[in-house]
Design a protein around this ligand. Structure first.
Ligand code: URA
Length: 269
């Protein structure tokens, strides 16, 4: 198993189950949910390449991208390293969010790990520190991933939007459209083997279609990323901020974690 020491992971899994209210044994014998991976996941349904937001906003009446979005796309396409992409984002003045944010929040973790996680947008703590997922939802995410043996050495984590929207409001469709070329480029430069999409906004932006996260989560789908020849397997799951306020969703989130762990193990063989 790729990941942290199995005993550390097991302790983290027990802690997470306790935190989530599973504090009693229900079966006589232990069940190892990771032990017997099922046959390879069914052929994933191809996802449409662009989000409804992008479809709606991408093409203006004249059939061209609106100017800042076109500039974002050409700036991103010209970057051939993560450092260059970070610098291009830092210099990009086409998105008003960069004016109210304290820091650009680019990514954290290991770009060579093969696994990339994509969230929504930085919150207050992330904006203060300049790193994704360091606030309360990030800490829950860390505990969830530790329960399947993963820490930030084992994945790269980033967001759809690299600047904090004021007051943590939801990013607008126009902001998503502006930032998407940079995210696509980041994925193309990192070339992960698997993507985990955290929450409805990241799922819709990358999987497309009009469905919400409850419909999108839990099924592996193959997505096309500009600049990559092969489609990438992506799994959407609930955002940890949603799990903090919706205990009932934790069962499904746990199933998604198991699915991710199995897929990582399968990909290793
Ligand atoms: N929520 C996100 O989607 N991303 C972060 O970085 C923090 C909270």
């Amino acid at each position: 198993m790729r990941g942290m020491d199995p005993r550390t992971a097991l302790t983290a899994a027990l802690r997470l189950h306790l935190e989530w209210g599973a504090d009693e044994a229900l079966a006589e014998a232990p069940i190892d949910h990771l032990a017997a991976p099922p046959a390879l996941p069914p052929a994933a349904s191809p996802a449409s390449p662009a989000s409804p937001a992008v479809a709606r906003l991408a093409v203006s009446a004249s059939g061209t991208l609106p100017p800042p979005a076109a500039r974002a796309a050409s700036l991103a396409a010209a970057c051939h390293s993560l450092d260059a992409l970070r610098a291009a984002l830092a210099a990009f003045d086409g998105c008003g969010l960069s004016e109210t944010a304290t820091h650009l929040v680019f990514n954290d973790g290991n770009p060579d790990s093969g696994l990339m996680l994509i969230g929504e947008a930085p919150g207050a703590e992330e904006d203060r520190i300049g790193k994704p997922f360091v606030g309360p939802s990030g800490q829950l995410l860390d505990r969830m991933l530790a329960s399947i043996g993963l820490d930030r050495d084992h994945y790269l984590i980033t967001n759809l939007i690299p600047w904090r929207p004021p007051g943590n409001r939801s990013p607008t469709d126009a902001e998503v459209l502006l930032c998407l070329p940079f995210l696509h480029r980041q994925i193309a430069l990192v070339r992960p083997r698997l993507l985990l999409l955290l929450g409805g906004l990241a799922a819709k932006a990358l999987l497309g279609g009009g469905a919400g996260i409850t419909r999108l989560r839990g099924t592996w789908r193959e997505i096309a990323i500009p600049g990559l020849d092969a489609r990438l397997p992506a799994l959407a799951t609930y955002h940890p901020a949603y799990l903090l306020r919706s205990p009932g969703a934790k069962r499904a989130a746990w199933a998604d974690l198991i699915s991710l762990r199995r897929r990582l193990d399968t990909a290793e063989r």
